[in-house]
Unconditional design. Structure first.
Length: 327
């Protein structure tokens, strides 16, 4: 799905609770297929939207979160979509432009825009709440674990460089600057024990890193790699890609226990998520180590639960949310 030697706490900056412009609505989901064969089925979504997709699923497979866009004349309306055991809730807000993650307690993490600055938020128990940030920063949140710890990054308004952040569940209303000795360090994932993975460096000079709960930081790479990028983490696994100088990046999976690595199936054009069992999804494929298979009837796999359920979207002239099971 997705801590600390030196930290700077920014307290008292909770921007507050946002009332939804439109109330929370519920609707039954489409009935699903049964059986163990690999199958795809649609997720329920509001019928009057221009597009809708499922972006994240929690490790247990209960909660799914995504976004939709409703077009009203010359205006676009952003909607948050949350499925709880096939029951859909929707929330309209200008803040819900992107969903980053959802945990097993149904807490959804995402990002939106205020005054041309990115602002992170959480959706919990029907309420959208902005996370505390320094007012001058543009901040994005990338992952939440089962404890409720959140990681992300802030852009310095003067230099434009990024520094990594954590919002600790144990200290609500605070945000900490993580001690990661890398330039432009940006977390992308946090596991249940607090292990954090992320990327750093300038464009086309990326390095991937892992930060242990005791604050130790080490690189994630493979021998001979020019660059390395980590895309997601779960359990003791992280997945990403490395540039070895060939015509195509190599997709890899790292074991975070010892930073060993293995090559993923070459057919994977994208790597978007991994579950605690090390199963990887990306594009229209699901991979177990060096083998992969096409996910039927879909276009983009975005997230995978520990149960093996995959969510994403289909694009057959209209982008709509789907779920794969038994794959």
């Amino acid at each position: 799905m997705t801590h600390l030697a030196q930290c700077t706490t920014i307290a008292g900056l909770i921007i507050g609770l946002l009332a939804a412009p439109v109330g929370i609505a519920t609707a039954p989901a489409v009935a699903g297929q049964t059986g163990s064969a690999c199958a795809v089925r649609p997720l329920a979504y509001p019928p009057d939207v221009y597009r809708a997709e499922a972006d994240a699923i929690d490790p247990t497979g209960r909660f799914i979160a995504g976004t939709a866009l409703r077009v009203e004349g010359t205006r676009n309306r952003d909607l948050l979509l949350v499925w709880d055991r096939d029951r859909l809730s929707t929330l309209e807000s200008p803040l819900v432009s992107a969903v980053s993650d959802v945990n097993a307690h149904g807490v959804v993490l995402g990002n939106g825009w205020i005054d041309a600055r990115s602002r992170p938020w959480v959706f919990r128990n029907g309420t959208l709440t902005l996370l505390p940030v320094a007012p001058s920063q543009s901040v994005g949140a990338s992952a939440i674990n089962e404890v409720g710890d959140i990681v992300g990054a802030a852009a310095d308004g003067t230099t434009g460089h990024y520094h990594p952040l954590r919002w600790p569940a144990a200290r609500p209303g605070t945000v900490e600057t993580l001690d990661v000795p890398r330039t432009d360090a940006r977390p992308v994932g946090i596991t249940p024990d607090g292990t954090i993975v992320g990327n750093a460096g300038d464009f086309a000079q990326w390095t991937a890193w892992v930060r242990r709960p005791d604050g130790r930081v080490a690189d994630l790479t493979v021998p001979g790699a020019r660059t390395a990028v980590v895309d997601a983490a779960a359990g003791h696994w992280a997945v990403g890609r490395v540039d070895l100088g060939g015509p195509q990046e190599m997709r890899v999976r790292w074991d975070l226990r010892d930073r060993s690595w293995s090559r993923l199936a070459d057919e994977l054009d994208l790597v978007t998520d991994v579950n605690a069992r090390g199963v990887v999804v990306g594009g229209d494929r699901i991979a177990r180590g060096g083998t992969s298979r096409v996910l039927p009837g879909g276009t983009g796999a975005e997230s995978i639960a520990d149960t093996g359920t995959v969510v994403g979207f289909r694009n057959d002239g209209r982008v709509t949310p789907v779920r794969w099971t038994g794959c």
